[in-house]
Design a protein around this ligand. Structure first.
Ligand SMILES: Nc1ncnc2c1ncn2[C@@H]1O[C@H](COP(=O)(O)OP(=O)(O)OP(=O)(O)O)[C@@H](O)[C@H]1O
Ligand SMILES: N[C@@H](CCO)C(=O)O
Length: 292
């Protein structure tokens, strides 16, 4: 048997829709695999009751197919499904690493990005890699459709606040505008470049400014009850920037050093004032999938 751990991730980071992503130090999924004649799946942990065990409908089934590696697969969920924290991607990445090891395929983490993205296609209808890339490579990642992923290590404090609402990726993708104005395009490029420079320098001020986004985030914020108040509360408590995590409903804040606890409390209180329960992960930019 081989067991692998893969982290939660936060995709888009405001200005990098379908392009940027970051691995979180926690929470994470753990996946154990054992060779078998055909793939079977068992799921335990966070939200297990909402996750299919049919290999045709679970992301790890698609990963096993892509690697031609049938196995009994046990997923222990640490990342709640439909959270905006890359729950499906964490399972896909951990399964790809574990099956690669179990069957001695010899693929690199970069090679496994496209394999794990095939798992994502089962869930959201398209093989987007902006969650599986950081889940596999760690750090801050940039994906492009035709040339894989680039990763940058960064040392940054983050808070991921998960409200007790559900927003599916499919629904969140339907509210994204089909086109942008030249003014919004120029602002987005400037923010994305600022964020990237901030990641390279582990500078929370630059990264925070880079989270601003005039296009996707305003459309998706409407799906998250209390978002505007939670964002203001986080900024008042010392966050340098706030955005929707992935397709939501989680809200991600970048924090100046030493401000994480106050930001986390402020965000939970902000959701409570809106009548929504929430939990906050005081986390950081983390490493990618590992064999345990
Ligand atoms: N192994 C798995 N882990 C989690 N979700 C899975 C898995 N396999 C299939 N799913 C399905 O994927 C959906 C969750 O994926 P979705 O992309 O909507 O949320 P997410 O991955 O938590 O968030 P995001 O992609 O926005 O960061 C659920 O409907 C769930 O049933
Ligand atoms: N870029 C994808 C990520 C989903 O986690 C989206 O925002 O729809």
């Amino acid at each position: 048997m081989v067991t692998a751990r893969a982290p939660a991730t936060s995709a888009n980071l405001g200005s990098g829709f379908d392009t940027f992503g970051v691995a979180l130090s926690h929470p994470a999924d753990t996946v154990s695999v054992e060779r078998a004649a055909e793939t079977t799946i068992e799921v335990t942990g966070a939200g297990a009751e909402f996750i299919p065990t049919d290999p045709e409908k679970n992301v790890v089934g698609a990963v096993a197919d892509a690697l031609e590696a049938p196995a009994h697969i046990h997923i222990d969920k640490g990342v709640r499904p439909s959270s905006g924290l890359g729950s499906s991607a964490a399972s896909a990445a951990a399964a790809a690493v574990a099956l690669n090891e179990q069957y001695d395929r010899g693929y690199s983490r970069h090679d496994l990005v496209s394999v794990a993205a095939e798992g994502e296609a089962v869930v959201s209808g398209e093989a987007h890699a902006d969650n599986v890339a950081p889940a596999l490579l760690g750090g801050f990642t940039i994906v492009r459709s035709d040339d894989g992923a680039t990763s940058v290590d960064a040392d940054l404090s983050l808070v991921a606040c998960l409200p007790e609402v559900v927003v599916s990726t499919r629904d969140a993708r339907e509210v994204v505008p089909d086109s942008v104005s030249m003014a919004d395009h120029v602002e987005t490029v400037g923010n994305a470049a600022t964020l990237t420079a901030g990641m390279c320098r582990s500078d929370p001020e630059l990264v925070g400014r880079g989270l601003d986004d005039p296009v996707v985030t305003p459309a998706r914020a409407k799906l998250i009850t209390g978002y505007a108040d939670v964002r203001e509360a986080a900024l008042s408590a010392g966050a340098t920037g706030v955005t929707v995590s992935g397709a939501g409903p989680s809200v991600l804040a970048v924090c100046a050093s030493g401000r994480r606890r106050g930001v986390a409390s402020a965000m939970v209180e902000g959701f409570a004032d809106a009548g929504v329960g929430a939990r906050a992960y005081q986390t950081a930019v983390g490493d990618g999938a590992t064999v345990l």
